[in-house]
Design a protein around this ligand. Structure first.
Ligand code: NI
Ligand code: MN
Length: 226
């Protein structure tokens, strides 16, 4: 699977020929100023929760790409009010078979409201799988024991976990999460974007290595094959 990183928690996975874009937050992100948003293509846009740093570019990119948007029920209803009708609502514990594979919307321990107080459901993560490939995007979350359920469903090839601390798990908890999900290949996201979540890259990579795991930090705009 080819994974392209657009900064913060925004990345694109080419999943068996289908382009899955997650949590678009590009135009407000100074670190991602070299990304040409108008060139991004997607078949599906998946939104983990309703914070601005995950949905800032969702409406524009949904219009531009004509992608179907997958998220929780409340976010899909909210997008409908912005003129995005091509949505697929889910809720926690539910799975659905799309043309590219199965998506399961799983628990995340976090919050999910707009700055004006608009309620956008409860935050989640996604487990994406077909009969050959499987990965987990945790969204914004604390370390939670619920992660131990995931290897009961599927054998993950890799996981995308937040590592910036303060608002989500930090590196040490992400290493424990990696044990819970039984997956040693981790792509780190949700770090460096704001002052609160700046991390030491070398130290983070080294901590994973000490634990017998691999932490992959993709440069913004770059791709990696996983
Ligand atoms: Ni958040
Ligand atoms: Mn966030």
């Amino acid at each position: 699977m080819k994974v392209t990183y657009y900064g913060h928690s925004c990345f694109l996975v080419n999943f068996a020929g289908t382009k899955l874009l997650f949590d678009p937050f590009i135009t407000p992100n100074d670190l991602a100023k070299d990304i040409d948003v108008s060139a991004i293509e997607a078949d599906y846009i998946l939104l983990s929760h309703g914070h601005g740093d995950h949905i800032a570019d969702a409406v524009e990119l949904a219009k531009q790409t004509k992608a179907k948007v997958i998220s929780n029920y409340e976010i899909i209803v909210w997008l409908g009010r912005q003129g995005i009708e091509n949505g697929h609502p889910m809720n926690h514990g539910g799975a659905f078979g799309f043309d590219f594979g199965q998506v399961k919307y799983v628990n995340a321990v976090h919050s999910s409201a707009l700055d004006d107080g608009t309620y956008l459901g409860n935050p989640g993560g996604f487990v994406i799988s077909n009969d050959q490939h499987s990965f987990y995007y945790a969204g914004d979350t604390a370390l939670t024991l619920d992660m131990q359920l995931i290897p009961r469903y599927t054998k993950l090839d890799f996981a995308v976990l937040p590592i910036g601390d303060n608002f989500t798990m930090g590196v040490d908890d992400a290493i424990i999460a990696s044990d819970f999900i039984e997956c040693n290949k981790v792509v780190g996201v949700h770090y460096d974007t704001f002052g609160y979540i700046k991390i030491d890259h070398e130290e983070a990579i080294d901590k994973f290595k000490q634990a017998g795991k691999e932490l992959i930090l993709v440069n913004i705009g770059d791709s990696t094959d996983l």
